[in-house]
Each structure stands twice: as structure tokens, then as C-alpha cells.
Design a protein around this ligand. Structure first.
Ligand SMILES: Cc1ncc(COP(=O)(O)O)c(C=O)c1O
Length: 443
């Protein structure tokens, strides 16, 4: 389905009326692509939450936002303070970032993608890496570089809403690749292939996924890489939540090894098709410092550089320098965060009322089917926020209206920003609402 074709007019009508009412003093025309782009949906959930009256005994419980629940380690903060205080670090640096961070990030990638026994060559170099002011900007710059107005990019649905918003604001058509609960929200390379046209420029994967939490196995990621190779497309793979995979899922994939499997051509290199994106926001608990990266062929970097020069010049320098200085020492912190997230996922699964079903879980998120058949998840989430003080996000925030299979029953819970006690309380209130809402609940 070509989402932009079907829904652009509908969205434009909606956003135009919003723009007309909220920007009535603006006497110039807004870009039609930006105007037709959806607004970020999170404020909607917070508007619902604002209607809840918390009491000391019944606080608001927020499992909506994908933000780290703990501060960064003191080591990082102290190092950052030092670099921030140094006037030398107030100037610009190369668009592609501090060389020290590019090198340090490569060292982390060599560990993250090494074979199970820690062996095997991970073929990534500092010259493949560009540092960006966050991973959203990495996506924006990558997409600007590979596609233009009227081109098509394939996004599995449910999608990470900023990806779709980026494509829409650049006038690029989003082609939706459905995933389904029956297939645990794993996208199908065969179905993806059927969507490819002469206008397709890229396929986007997010693993572990936002919003579903689905973790794509290496074999699936490799099938998409082969598809990209066969059709001369870019495979943009956002691995923001990579560090939260448990050891059973290590390595996340083998694309960075010199040859992932015998089915790849002898002369294959990931650099011919892959654009890998990463965020430092989650692993190091520093979303406000805006550091992300793009790892791609060095022949693409000068092209990316043109986009980066216009939209960021360079990412903020002190956090780049601080990360470079302590990335290796922060490994235990990242591992501990991953372990506590895994434990919280297990707790959530064990205390979730039996009528609520987990479809997939991983990274920061659990994707859960609510028990009220025939009631739209938006309505369920609205009542949960307003009446129960539980904030979570309906699947409809992550896809075209009516475009997610069984989307009306799915809800995203983030386990990152809550402690174990809050997870228990949320689940108690989910059980309570089965009676309180007056809808028939069934498994
Ligand atoms: C898949 C994905 N990519 C990118 C981002 C944004 O990362 P950053 O803070 O580095 O821009 C998020 C944040 O939620 C995300 O879920």
C-alpha cells in the first residue's frame, strides 16, 4: 500500500485545519510536504494523562515514552564537565565528527558484532563512520542522501513514527510492508520484494523494533541485505536498541563480518548496500546530548557530508569527546542496563493479567494485545490514562490509520522508564480496568 498516496490528502485536510487554527497569524504558506506530515503523537497521550487526578496512593504511571529511566554514569558526567569547560571545544569540528569518537565507536561495534566466541573479523573502520546529532538526524541525512521527492522507501508497519514523518516531510512516498502478530511482527523479505518498483530507493529495518520490540534474527536481516543487493537498494538498518539484546541474540547479525554466509557472492561487502544507524541516547542514557552515528561506505560519506553540513554542521562536541574518552569504561554500565531491562521485561510478562497477551518483546518495548475485542486501542489507552493513570501508546500511533493488522487491539508499553514496583502497579490497574471499563474482556 502506498501510504502517502492514500492518506496524504486526508492528512493534509486534518493538518491544514490545525495549521489554520493554530497559526492564523502566519501570512505565508507552509511547505505542503511539511504541512501534510503528521504531528508527533506522544503529546496526545500526555493530553490524556493530564486529565488524570493523581493521589499519593494512586500516582500516574507512565509506560509510554522510550526514554532511559536512569541518569548517565558519573564518569560520563564528570568527563563531559571537563570537556565542556575547555574553550578549545567550543569551535566546529569536521561534519562527520570527532575522529576519537569514530574510532571508539568502531571498537564497540567490533565487540557488538563479533561472533559468539568473540572471534571473527568485524570489518568496520573509522572512515565508515559519521557522527550525527542523534539517530533521528542520522536517518534524516541518510534518507536525504539516497532518495528524493517522488521516490519510494519501504517501511515495515508498525513503524517508528519519526521515520514516516521524515519521509513525508521530504516528499518521499512511504510504502508499507505489513507485519502480523501471527508472524511475531517479523517483516517478510518475499512480501517486501513484491513492493519494489522502479521508484524504490531503500528498505528500512529497526531491530530490536520500535514499537513492537520484535528482534529480527540474523538470517532475516541477511535476507533483506540480499534483497537490497539484488535490487540495488539501500538497506537502512536502525539499531538504536542493539545493546539491549540478551546474549542468546548475540551477535545481532553477521553483515559486518567479511562474509556473512555462503549464500552471499564472493566479492560481497556490506558497504555496497547497508546504511547502519545507531544512537548513543539509550545505551548511555544521554538523549538530550544528541549523539548518533551512521556507518556506511566511505564513498557515501562525502555525499552524506553535504546533508550534514546543512542540517547540523557538526554534532555537539563535548559529548562526542566525553564519549570517546570513556566509551570502553562504560561497557559494564551498558551491560547492567541491558540486564535490568531484561529482568523488567520478564517481570512485566509474569505479572501481566492473563487476558492481556504479549505479541513481541525486546529492547525498550513490549507490544501487547488488550482484551477488549472490538474496542479501538486508542479508546482503551485514552481511558487507561484518564481513569486509571496508566500511560501507554496505541498501535495506531505507529502506522497509517486502519493500516496495521489487528492494530485496534495492540498497545506499546515501554519498560525502560519505570521501576519494578511501577510495573507491578501498572499490571494491577490493567486487571482492575477489566471490570471498571464495563467492556467484555476475553483472552
Ligand atoms: C528506532 C529509533 N531510532 C531513533 C531514535 C531516536 O534516537 P536519537 O535520540 O539518537 O535521535 C529512537 C528514539 O526513540 C528510536 O526508537
Amino acid at each position: 500500500m502506498r501510504w502517502s498516496h492514500v492518506a496524504r490528502a486526508q492528512r493534509a485536510m486534518f493538518t491544514t485545519s490545525m495549521a489554520a487554527s493554530s497559526n492564523s497569524n502566519v501570512r505565508f504558506r507552509i511547505s505542503s510536504a511539511v504541512e501534510a506530515t503528521s504531528r508527533p503523537p506522544i503529546p496526545q497521550a500526555y493530553a490524556w494523562a493530564a486529565a488524570y487526578r493523581p493521589t499519593p496512593g494512586r500516582p500516574l504511571l507512565d509506560m509510554s515514552q522510550g526514554v532511559p529511566g536512569t541518569p548517565p554514569p558519573k564518569l560520563f558526567l564528570d568527563t563531559l564537565a571537563e570537556f565542556s569547560a575547555d574553550p578549545k571545544n567550543c569551535g566546529y569540528v569536521e561534519n562527520v565528527g570527532e575522529m576519537a569518537l569514530r574510532e571508539a565507536a568502531v571498537k564497540e561495534m567490533k565487540i557488538a558484532y563479533a561472533g559468539r566466541d568473540g572471534e571473527g573479523e568485524v570489518d568496520v573502520k573509522a572512515e565508515d563512520v559519521a557522527i550525527t546529532a542523534g539517530c533521528n538526524l542520522a536517518f534524516f541525512a541518510s534518507v536525504m542522501t539516497v532518495a528524493e521527492k517522488g521516490d519510494e522507501i519501504i517501511l515495515p508497519v508498525p513503524w517508528y513514527f519519526n521515520h514516516e514523518m521524515t519521509l513525508s516531510s521530504l516528499g518521499i512516498d512511504t510504502v508499507t510492508l505489513q507485519t502480523s502478530p501471527e508472524k511475531h511482527f517479523q517483516p517478510s523479505p518475499e512480501e517486501c520484494e513484491r513492493l519494489i518498483t522502479s521508484k524504490t530507493k531503500a528498505v528500512v529495518l529497526v531491530t530490536p523494533n520500535n514499537p513492537t520490540g520484535a528482534i529480527y534474527p540474523p538470517s532475516l536481516i541477511e535476507s533483506f541485505a540480499k534483497l537490497a543487493l539484488t535490487h540495488n537498494l539501500a538497506l537502512i538498518i536502525d539499531e538504536t536498541y542493539r545493546d539491549f539484546l540478551n546474549p542468546a541474540h548475540h551477535p545481532p547479525h553477521n553483515l559486518f563480518s567479511s562474509k556473512p554466509s555462503s549464500t552471499f557472492p564472493e566479492d560481497w561487502s556490506w558497504r555496497s548496500s547497508i546504511i547502519h544507524l545507531f544512537s548513543f541516547s539509550k545505551s548511555y542514557c544521554i538523549p538530550g546530548h544528541r549523539v548518533g552515528l551512521i556507518c556506511a561506505s566511505p564513498s557515501l560519506i562525502p555525499e552524506l557530508n553535504k546533508a550534514l553540513d546543512n542540517i547540523q554542521i557538526c554534532a555537539p562536541r563535548p559529548p562526542q569527546l566525553a564519549l570517546a574518552a570513556c566509551l570502553a569504561e562504560l561497557r559494564p554500565f551498558v551491560k547492567d542496563t541491558a540486564r535490568s531491562l531484561e529482568a523488567r521485561h520478564a517481570l512485566f510478562k509474569s505479572v501481566l493479567p492473563s487476558n492481556w497477551k504479549i505479541g513481541a518483546q525486546g529492547g525498550y518495548y513490549a507490544f501487547v494485545k488488550h482484551p477488549f475485542k472490538g474496542v479501538d486501542a486508542r479508546v482503551v489507552c485514552e481511558r487507561l490514562a484518564k481513569e486509571m493513570g496508566v500511560v501507554c501508546l496505541p498501535a495506531g500511533f505507529f502506522g497509517p490509520s486502519g493500516g496495521i493488522k489487528d492494530g485496534d487491539q495492540w498497545v506499546r508499553f515501554s519498560v525502560a522508564n519505570v521501576d519494578d514496583d511501577k510495573v507491578r502497579l501498572v499490571c494491577e490497574r490493567l486487571k482492575e480496568c477489566e471490570d471498571a471499563f464495563g467492556w467484555k474482556a476475553s483472552a
